[in-house]
Design a protein around this ligand. Structure first.
Ligand code: R5P
Length: 304
């Protein structure tokens, strides 16, 4: 087995390789002055199972193209099988046509993943559980929830409530509640103004919680982009008098001035995973990054 990394998240690829007890195999990725890339495999891969780690985070298009070139180079060099570890599957929010006349962008990405010869993908916390069915190749859909459950136990489960910042996340929050011995949970009914993107929300009455008894709240979501969703949920809980509010989010997509948005919320800490690399300029005091490398490496060992 050989492990390769694209340029999207080399620290994660290094951790996965270390967990697997191998070194990262070298690749030459040359960037031309106009931004085009040339990829070359630098060691023999004939009849090898090759793992390529490349989250398709910002810039998603460039990261996907780089992944496709790496896989093409591996297949042309005789690789037996290529497993792509794409912890964050870019374009996953465009999994169907919302309005007449739109592209089904994720469908295009999936067709290309399959056409280029990727044999299997490993990914984390997809936006909907239907996405794996759109692929014809095997998809191993992992979750950061066990990592979050472990951390929540360390922070303390007494007088705590789990909160989904939108109704779409209720399934996720129920699974986490079971992992935590049926911890109470509720959700925010989120509204997004399609013209301005502004987010508002109220705690739903369908899952009522006596907030006078709750000292801690754990907001859980699949991704943070602008931070608006998490910020509005934290505000709701703050207004209810919850003293300690934390958030646990798998994918730090981190667009725009998310750093200021999150640092200035009533949140105590913002836990994310390393599914996407967070550059130094986007890090802030409240941020803590948990690693998905051990669970990814375990899955790779299991499927080998
Ligand atoms: C939405 O359905 C997702 O689960 C996230 O809540 C959303 O993408 C987060 O976006 P933002 O951070 O921009 O509010």
């Amino acid at each position: 087995m050989k492990v390769f990394s694209g340029s999207s998240n080399k620290p994660l690829a290094e951790k996965i390789a270390k967990e697997l007890g191998v070194d990262l195999s070298p690749l030459e990725i040359h960037v031309f002055p106009d931004g085009e890339k040339r990829v070359r495999v630098l060691e023999k891969v004939v009849n090898q199972h090759c793992i390529v780690v490349q989250p398709a985070a910002t810039p998603s298009d460039a990261n996907y193209m780089e992944l496709f070139f790496i896989v093409d180079a591996l297949k042309r060099s005789g690789a037996l099988m290529v497993t792509a570890v794409i912890p964050y599957l870019g374009y996953q929010r465009q999994d169907h046509v919302f309005r007449e006349g739109e592209a089904r962008s994720l469908g295009v990405i999936i067709q290309t993943i399959e056409a280029v010869g990727i044999d299997r993908i490993i990914t984390f916390d997809l936006h909907t559980i239907k996405i794996p069915e759109l692929f014809r190749i095997p998809v191993t859909h992992l979750s950061a929830l066990p990592i979050f459950a472990k951390k929540i136990k360390e922070v303390g489960e007494m007088d705590a409530v789990l909160v989904s910042p939108d109704m779409g996340g209720v399934r996720r929050i129920k699974i986490l509640s079971e992992m935590l011995g049926d911890m109470d949970y509720t959700a925010v009914r989120k509204e997004r103004d399609l013209a301005t993107g502004a987010i508002s929300g109220v705690l739903t009455h369908e899952m009522p919680i006596n907030f006078r008894e709750k000292k801690k709240a754990f907001i859980v979501d699949d991704m943070i982009s602008t931070g608006g969703t998490i910020a509005q949920a934290a505000d709701q809980l703050y207004k209810k008098g919850v003293e300690e509010i934390y958030c646990f989010v798998t994918h730090p997509v981190f667009s725009g001035d998310v750093k200021d948005t999150l640092q200035n919320t009533p949140l105590q800490r913002v836990f994310v995973t390393d599914s996407i690399f967070v550059p130094q300029e986007k890090r802030f005091e409240k941020l803590e990054i948990l690693s998905i490398a051990p669970s990814t490496a375990k899955t790779i060992r299991d499927i080998m």
